[in-house]
Structures are given as C-alpha cells and as structure tokens.
Design a protein around this ligand. Sequence first.
Ligand code: PLP
Length: 374
Amino acid sequence: EIYLDGAATTRVFNEIVESLPTLTKRYYANPNSIHFAGQEVKNKIEKVRFLIAETLNLNYEDIIFTSGATESNNTVLKSLLFSNNEKDEIIVSPIEHKSVLVPIKFLAKNGYKIRFLNLNKNGLIDIDDLKSKISKKTALVAVIHGNNETGVIQDIESIGKICKEKEIPFFSDIVQTFLKEDINAEYIDFLSVSGHKINALKGIGFLYKGKDITPLLHGGGQEEGFRSGTQNTTGILSLGMAIEKWIENKEKYRNMLKKLRDNFEEKLKEKIPDIEIVSENTKRVSHISNIIFPKVDAQSMLLALSSKGVYVSSGSACSSGTPTPSHVLLAYGYSEEEALRSLRFSFDIFSTEEEVDIAVNIIYDTFKNLYELL
Ligand code: PLP
C-alpha cells in the first residue's frame, strides 16, 4: 500500500499511538472536576493551550478546543447570525473548503449577501478586488491559507492588514499550513485547525477567536463558555504531542515533504510530459500536488490506482453517482472537463522516496492502460 493522501489525513505519530493506553487510563478524569484527578487533567490541557498560543503568538485565553476545523469554521460563521449588527455582507474566496462554503451558503439563506473574491492567473486572491469589495456592510472576510486541493498559499498577511485598516474581522482556515508554513497571525481575528493533519488524532482541533463569538454549543460552560461539552482530553493531549514533535523537527519535515513532492512531480513529468501541474509556479504548501492528466478521467484513475494499493484523492464530489467537478479548479478557470481529469497527490512525513518511485511507475502504467482504451 502506498498512501498518497496526506492532505486528507496524516498517519498518527508512533509516540502518540504508543502512549494511548497512558493518555486514556492515567488521564481519565473529567478536566472540569474540582478534585485532584480532574485538575491534573486540566493542567495538562492548559499546557497544550499555552503551547498553541506560543506557537502562533496568540493570547492563550482565545484558544478554544473543538472537534476539528469543521466545527471551528461553523462556529465562526454561524456566530454571525447572532451578532445584531447591521452588516450583512460576507466576502469570501471561491476556493474555501466545504466546511466554510456550506455554512456560508446557509448564511446566504438567512439574510447574508455573499461576495466572492476574484482570483488572478496564479490562483491568488486579487487584492484590488478585495479592496473594492470591502465596505461598511462587510461583516467578515474569509480566505483559506493553504488550499487543500491545489496547495496554493494565499497572502493572508496582506489580506489581514487591509481588513484591520478597515476594522473588518478576518478569518482564515489554516488547516493545511499550520506548522507546515510560517504564519503571522497578527492581523487575523479567527483561525481554525484540525489535529489530524499534523499527525495527531482525529476529532480534535481548535479555534482562535480574537473577537467575541456566540458559541455553537451551549451547555456546561466548558472552554470559558465558548464550547460546551467535556473536552476530548485524549485528543487534546495527542495534539500537544504532535505540535511538540513538529516544532522539534520543523525544518526537517518541511524539507522532506518538499523534496518528496518535487521529486514526484519531476519523475511523473518525465514519464508523462503532457500532464499539467496545477499552479506549478505559485507558492504552494509542500505536501500537495494537483495534476491534470491528458484525456483520462480522474475517477477511473483513482479507482484503478486504489485497486493497485495507491491511495490518492480527486477534488470532485461523487455523492450522486456522477462526479461533479471541483469548485476550486473551476474557480481557477479550468473547464468542467479539465477539472474532472485532476487528481490530488499528497504526502505526509511517513511517505518515502522509494514509495514515490514505485507510485510514479504504477501511475504511469495505470494512465497508459486507460489512455490506450480511449
Ligand atoms: N479545512 C480544510 C482546508 C481541510 O483540508 C479540512 C479537512 O479536510 C477541513 C477544513 C475540515 O477538517 P475536519 O474534517 O477535521 O473538521
């Protein structure tokens, strides 16, 4: 098996897997209990909160543990429904993850006007377009940092500065870039992260809220009242371990991922010169490569590769039986037909050069077989 889907999720660090019996057995108590066992767990959780705050240079009281980025994103966006200000426009990039786009469509049904930002040729947000769309009616600007399909990195520092000048809250989904890229969070009001993209467990993440929000979940008042429900202590502790390990090995991991991706692209291009590497010359996260193949459709490739043990993704959704093309590639200006020929290959820090070599050969054979059938 060759796993080339590290942008969907990463494999959990061995240290975390090995410490699960301890994390679950020793830190069993409810962190909200006042007794000693509860407070011991609470202290461990607070250390992780401090670590996150320190890593991103944020106020630790504004870090809220959630079940992941989907919850963080929903919290920020749905909170707007309860803010009784007059502003009724949301400015958003057209290449957000579904966990941002779908809540935004929900807001549109509930009175908000959605203004999509234009992209320039490189797949980057057109800053002049942002400037022209911002107005007194803008309630929020939302722009993803590293896109999960193409890897393209937006200039969230410049976007944030513009928003700050106009006193408009700026929200960025940094799921694909947290620890993998340097992030200056100074001009950002809301950030969302999922632990399973950095080798921690699934079902844990956080939200940074630099401004007040209305909680999505009301109840026992955990997380200072911003997210009720007993915290996922094992998840939080796994997140802390993953962040520590990433910080320790940051340069090594970043270089490793970049080398894997660059070698993958170079070798695949040698074998199939007619592929198009999406946003090849734009700044991208190191672990994602989006390839448009000539003629052969991505869904057939994906299934054929899967049957040979090579696991990749396509940006298209297939819930209805017929695949719908990725909204991200369409926003980049690709045709539906082109978008349906794109596959995402992505790496995690357990991927190896040897796997890349084997995968390239399997991808080439699979492509050739399908191409010859056309
Ligand atoms: N945002 C981005 C950019 C993602 O890649 C993902 C994961 O696929 C999410 C949000 C949602 O994360 P989760 O499924 O952990 O809630």
